[in-house]
Design a protein around this ligand. Structure first.
Ligand SMILES: *[C@@H]1O[C@H](CO)[C@@H](O)[C@H](O)[C@H]1NC(C)=O
Ligand SMILES: *[C@@H]1O[C@H](CO)[C@@H](O)[C@H](O)[C@H]1NC(C)=O
Length: 367
């Protein structure tokens, strides 16, 4: 709840007081008093841009970037809270707090909430690598999607029910068939290794899973709105202003992205990577290395980037009213490549460096 408050710079004076109170109250619990004092001191230097990164190999290129400078005088290099390290620094004209979440939706959601609760954050920039489900994009390209969905929340339908059968608890509004389903029968393979419609007619005990929107609880605005009043969100939009600014990143020649993995020994990409603003990305706590599922995600949801964290960061930012955008560099084809193994083994470091280069440039564009 504090985050929405903190992100509203126009209302800062009364609410920084509120933060003081809240942080003091929290002191006896998760945040020790000495840490709470450090947080208060740090916030006097705010507001910050929050930079949220999944893993160390995606964060290192950012911290090593010549555009990342040490924190302003009076700020420590970092504060450790609840198992996370919040690193202070500056990128361009912005003071930043950089935090690593760890893998998956739970880690990224919890860490983003912690960031927004503790610190005076005016916006969140997320970066990392992703699988690519978009035939128009190549490995190494950096995608900036306009919408993000969590595609790991399902209603798994019982065998024997069909597309017209109501889902369990659908009538109470908990679940919906609006977003469509994945029917396991469609993926049965015959002796020739291809989908087998004849075998499919017999059905599949796994039947189908139906995609569900996230239940969200938007932070109450000053004096209004009721806590625990449920809403639903599937496509979480990025901040419209940040998205507009990211248009500049597509300008040819503005950014020189890396093309060769390692020392350029034959693992070079067919063309120099580019930044591409795209419509959609999706996330779930699932590593996708499967061509059929990749194609399903593309045809059902029109996604480019497939990853394991961004939608959680987006959904927390959305509920807390914090402006948010994500850049994800494509490291592999999510199982759709011709090679025998996932391309991320070779291209993940290159993608991580490209993601950092684009994130730094994007941050410098934010006024
Ligand atoms: C899944 O496909 C099978 C075979 O076509 C069909 O019998 C079943 O009704 C389908 N289930 C759903 C939920 O669409
Ligand atoms: C190229 O270099 C990378 C990184 O040093 C290495 O992992 C890869 O195996 C090399 N590829 C070839 C074809 O030699």
């Amino acid at each position: 709840m504090l985050a929405a408050i903190m992100s509203s710079t126009s209302r800062r004076p009364p609410f920084s007081l509120l933060l003081l109170v809240a942080v003091s109250c929290a002191a006896a619990a998760a945040v020790p008093e000495s840490t709470a004092r450090s947080v208060r001191r740090a916030n006097r230097h705010g507001p910050f841009l929050g930079v949220v990164v999944p893993n160390a190999f995606e964060m290192e290129p950012l911290l090593r970037s010549p555009s990342f400078s040490p924190p302003a005088k009076g700020l420590p290099p970092y504060l450790d809270v609840a198992g996370r390290r919040f690193r202070f620094g500056a990128i361009g004209q912005h003071k930043v707090v950089v935090v690593m979440t760890g893998l998956g939706m739970l880690n990224s959601g919890v860490t983003t909430q912690l960031l927004l609760t503790l610190f005076d954050v005016k916006g969140v920039v997320h970066l990392g690598i992703a699988g690519n489900a978009d035939p128009d994009r190549q490995i190494g390209d950096v995608a900036v999607p306009r919408y993000w969905a969590h595609t790991g929340l399902w209603n798994w339908q019982r065998y024997g029910d069909g597309p017209d059968s109501e889902l369990a608890l659908e009538s109470s509004g908990d679940y919906t068939r609006r977003l469509g389903s994945l029917n396991f029968t469609d993926f049965i393979v015959g002796a020739d290794g291809r989908p087998d419609p004849a075998a499919a007619a017999a059905g599949n005990l796994l039947n189908a899973v139906w995609y569900q929107p996230e239940e969200v609880f938007p932070a109450t605005t000053e004096g209004g709105g009721a806590p625990e009043s449920r809403a639903h969100a599937f496509w979480a939009p990025v901040d419209a202003r940040y998205y507009e600014l990211s248009r500049e990143l597509e300008v040819e020649g503005r950014l020189r992205l890396e093309r060769c993995a390692g020392s350029g020994n034959g693992t070079c990409l067919p063309r120099p990577p580019v930044v591409a603003r795209v419509e959609r990305g999706c996330s779930a706590s699932v590593f996708v290395d499967n061509a059929a599922y990749r194609e399903f995600l593309r045809s059902r949801f029109g996604v480019t980037a497939v990853d394991m964290e961004t939608a959680a960061v987006a959904l927390v930012a959305l509920q807390q009213g914090a402006p948010f955008i994500a850049v994800r560099a494509l490291s592999d084809l999510a199982g759709g490549g011709a090679a025998g193994s996932n391309e991320a083994g070779v291209f993940a470091p290159l993608a991580a460096r490209n993601a950092a280069a684009v994130a730094v440039e994007l941050i410098s564009l934010i006024p």
